[in-house]
Ligand binder design. Structure first.
Ligand SMILES: O=C(O)CCC(=O)C(=O)O
Length: 251
């Protein structure tokens, strides 16, 4: 599938998000196996593993920069229907800007309400995507989004997250996904998620795309992230991103 209906394009344009089935080009079982393999990679490889402390001990919270080391992920995120749909929503060819797996293992923390855009330097037109590796439910920490609020940057606190006043004023709606479904959302769509209070892991893959007219910015993004993390002092939260949206404890 690479073309979207007018109704699908209109839903994305007005609501700031679009949920689709059947874009993987592979089975959910194969996707889950690849994510498990990536989670088992060494802690100190060229990819970026990030950890959090949970009530069950130190756990993997996120892996980034894995596409160069996984042909299956390269195929899925750069050459398949997910990037083609991203292009249709961006209105031009979509280039992979960055990629992450958020593991949210049992006991893993949630994310404070935020818009993604402030975490994405060098780029203007940018699109966030969530591919559910496991079913995402309210109990295990699915996303909540605020629809039709992607027209501008809202007020932020010192962490780069939305202020309490903005959070109270927005209407939040849970977006539960079945494993294998794909949620496309605008980089200005406000979203948040709770901790995983269930007894099953909730893994999700998040590729981010920018329009080709802005250039291939993936290397620049990862250089900026490494530089920021080299300088960053240790705070009261585990740091995963260029903004302080993750609510997990440092490990
Ligand atoms: O995976 C989640 O629960 C939310 C992730 C998120 O909002 C983010 O990584 O920016």
């Amino acid at each position: 599938m690479s073309t979207l209906s007018d109704a699908q394009l209109e839903h994305y344009r007005t609501q700031g998000w679009l949920l689709l089935d059947d874009l993987l080009g592979t089975s959910v079982t194969d996707l889950q196996a690849e994510v498990s393999a990536i989670a088992s990679w060494d802690e100190d490889g060229e990819w970026l593993h990030h950890f959090e402390m949970t009530d069950h001990g130190r756990r993997l919270a996120r892996t980034e920069n894995f596409v160069p080391f996984s042909s299956a992920m390269d195929q899925l995120l750069r050459h398949g229907d997910i990037s083609r749909v991203a292009g249709a929503l961006l209105g031009e060819e979509a280039l992979l800007y960055k990629e992450k797996i958020n593991y949210k293992l049992v006991g893993g923390a949630g994310f404070s309400p935020h818009q993604d855009k402030p975490a994405y330097p060098f780029v203007d037109q940018v699109l966030s995507v969530m591919v559910a590796v496991d079913d995402a439910t309210i109990e295990n920490g699915c996303l909540f989004v605020a629809s039709a609020r992607h027209d501008h940057l809202l007020a932020q606190d010192e962490r780069g997250c939305l202020t309490a006043t903005v959070v109270d004023e927005l209407t939040w709606q849970p977006v539960e996904l079945r494993a294998g479904q794909t949620l496309f959302f605008h980089a200005l769509t406000p979203h948040r998620s709770g901790p995983n209070t269930s007894t099953r892991d909730r893994r999700a893959l998040y590729p981010t795309y920018n329009g080709a007219s802005e250039g291939d910015l993936r290397d620049a993004y990862y250089a900026a992230k490494l530089a920021a993390f080299a300088e960053a002092p240790t705070g009261d939260r585990a740091r995963l991103s260029l903004i302080g949206d993750f609510e997990g404890r440092p490990a």
